[in-house]
Design a protein around this ligand. Structure first.
Ligand code: F6R
Length: 599
């Protein structure tokens, strides 16, 4: 879970690499480093901590180089430190590598290399790669890389340079890597935002492919030496879209973008009450749907279960990808798998997908990042088109995922010959404007956040389709504010957690109108009776709610099936403001990285 950017061209490599690293910092940010070639010599500069820290390193001043590799790290093997930061070099200091992924057999490779006299200085799994390449190097870097990779087990996105060869060699297995094709310059990166300033033309490397880039050429081959024919993709995102647009944080920008991101999801997919999806399956044969995902995407899967079962009567099972992948699940004829992932690179989700795919099950992806590994592995899918999500805490992807699941359910209904409910379509079209109404309450939510920022615990309670919203609200708060928070089905309180309630316990209730409204009111009574402090997300300030709740956040009324998309917005804002008021780094919370590409 690290970021790689490499450059070869007519420009000066150092500023390109630093800018690229800043765009990739969301992938990891505990240490960073650069290695460039200058006068047939490798110059390496590394620092613990953020990219700004590396940027100020005196060793980077006055370097004039047109070839270099760089890396921002999120530690998996070995603590964050200068020595463990990438790039890693071979014994002679002639070959340098940056690596994203995990080398599973690094211990045995290390033993083998040490026996042969190599001196391995860091605690990382990655350093062995530089020494293996050294072992095989005679005159061609790509040949040496190919030989080295044959011995490596595990995942890698890799960029390599050698002091005498004016080229970058890149390789990929299991960790994302793209090539940026510029004019007299080429780049390699873990993600698109890092190259957008220089080019919009990208090539997605596939697993087991090796690329060789010079100033004005690129070639891609498979690890077995066969040529790989690659398509150039044109990226449509604007650079602006990957930046903060005047918001204090990416997370806040992304919360405010939701009216547009949900519009983008619907664009071209819903016309005159007709749903247009291109999914490769015969709906009449579907007997069961399994949804798998991690984290926030798993929460949207839980909502998807309610939606799909309600609208299609097809049974839906939801499973954490990390559990599903190891359970040898029963897959039968008529099963369909839905995989949900914002990044499209989450290691557990990808592994679960591969496991189920190997059992000959149809696989659909609900993915945001176009061309990501999961998007390419599934049989067909629905892209969210939510634009890049840079804040570590997922926000706009969640609302779009829920909406994508709804479209999927409606599409099944349509394919089975049922008419789509006019009320639902009418309400769906109003969702962007209703989200807009809620985000405008941001200041009011900041006032509320001020009152609760010093709480040490929070409970979030919901029922039915809004129980997963409670889970997601609690996750948002804990991951960015470090306040302990739990989501619960409201009726479960009396089976244990109610013991936690006292005057210091804030309890957020999802109390918008639905068939369970009365039940939620009684759950609120139970909390009130024990002096808990109630924050209610409701559609109106009616007398009953006013009697029970200390604070009420009003959200516009909608159909119950659509309510999670609106109800989550104030919870995202509450979490954001609490974390910001506590002075925390909202976009890069401790111990977390945006894309979890390791197990
Ligand atoms: C929480 C969050 C994570 C991700 C999870 C899955 O805010 O962002 O829980 O949802 O790591 O990531 P994707 O959706 O990229 O597979």
């Amino acid at each position: 879970m690290c970021g790689i950017i490499a450059y070869i061209g007519e420009g000066n490599a150092v500023p390109v690499l630093i800018k690229g690293l800043k765009k990739l910092e969301y992938r990891g940010y505990d240490s960073a480093g650069i290695c460039v070639v200058e006068n047939k010599r490798l110059i390496t500069v590394k620092r613990k901590g953020r990219i700004e820290h590396l940027e100020k390193h005196p060793g980077l001043k006055n370097i004039n180089s047109s070839l270099g590799i760089s890396h921002t790290r999120w530690a998996t093997h070995g603590e964050p430190s200068e020595i463990n930061a990438h790039p890693h070099l071979d014994c002679k200091g002639e070959i340098a590598i940056v690596h994203n992924g995990i080398i599973e057999n690094h211990n045995s490779l290390k033993k083998l290399l040490e026996k042969e006299g190599h001196k391995i200085v860091s605690d990382t799994d990655s350093e062995v790669i530089a020494h293996l390449i050294e072992k095989f190097y005679s005159s061609s870097l790509e040949n040496a890389v190919a030989e080295a990779l044959k011995l490596i087990e595990g995942a890698y996105g890799l960029a390599v340079i050698q002091k005498d060869e004016n080229k970058i060699v890149a390789a990929r297995k299991g960790s994302p890597l793209i090539l940026g094709i510029g004019k007299n310059e080429m780049l390699v990166a873990s993600d698109i935002p890092a190259v957008l300033q220089y080019t919009r033309k990208v090539i997605y490397l596939n697993d087991n492919e090796i690329a060789v880039l010079t100033n004005n050429s690129y070639s891609v081959m498979k690890i077995n030496g066969e040529k790989a024919n690659k398509k150039i993709h044109k990226i449509k995102w604007s650079i602006e879209e990957t930046e903060k647009k005047g918001f204090r944080h990416f997370m806040l920008k992304e919360i405010f973008e939701q009216p547009d991101s949900v519009k983008n999801l619907l664009r071209g997919r819903m016309k005159n009450n007709k749903i247009k999806l291109t999914l490769d399956m015969d709906v009449k044969k579907i007997k069961r749907i399994i949804i798998t995902a991690c984290g926030t995407s798993w929460h949207s899967a839980l909502i998807g279960k309610h939606i799909i079962e309600d609208l299609t009567r097809i049974p839906v099972y939801v499973d954490y990808a990390s559990e599903l992948r190891y359970r040898n699940p029963v897959i039968k004829k008529g099963d369909v798998l839905i995989v949900i992932s914002q990044s499209g690179e989450t290691a557990d989700t990808l592994a679960a997908l591969k496991e189920i795919k190997s059992k000959k099950c149809k696989c659909i992806g609900i993915v945001n990042v176009v061309g990501s590994t999961i998007a390419r592995e599934v049989d067909s899918g629905i892209y969210l088109h939510a634009g890049p999500e840079m804040g570590v805490a997922s926000t706009k992807a969640f609302s779009s995922q829920v909406l994508a699941l709804l479209l999927f359910a409606l599409w099944i209904r349509q394919e089975k010959g049922y008419k789509i409910d006019d009320d639902l379509v009418r309400e769906l079209k109003k969702i962007p404007e209703k989200i807009n109404i809620i985000v405008k309450k941001s200041d009011r939510l900041r006032e509320l956040a001020e009152k609760f920022k010093n709480s040490t615990n929070f409970l979030y309670l919901g029922r039915g389709i809004n129980f997963p919203v409670a889970l997601e609200g609690a996750l948002k708060l804990k991951e960015i504010s470090y306040i302990h928070a739990e989501g619960y089905p409201a009726a479960e309180m009396k089976h244990g957690p109610i013991a936690l309630i006292d005057r210091n316990m804030p309890v957020v209730f999802l109390a918008t109108k639905n068939n369970l409204s009365d039940k939620i009111l009684s759950n609120m009574q139970e909390v009130k009776a024990r002096k808990g402090r109630i924050i209610a997300v409701a559609n109106e300030k009616n007398k009953e709610i006013e009697k029970l709740a200390d604070y009420i956040i009003i959200v516009p009324e909608t159909l119950n099936i659509l309510s999670p998309i609106l109800n989550i917005i104030p919870l995202q804002l509450l979490a954001y403001h609490i974390a910001d008021l506590k002075g925390l780094n909202v976009d890069k919370p401790r111990n977390l990285a945006k894309s979890v590409t390791v197990e």
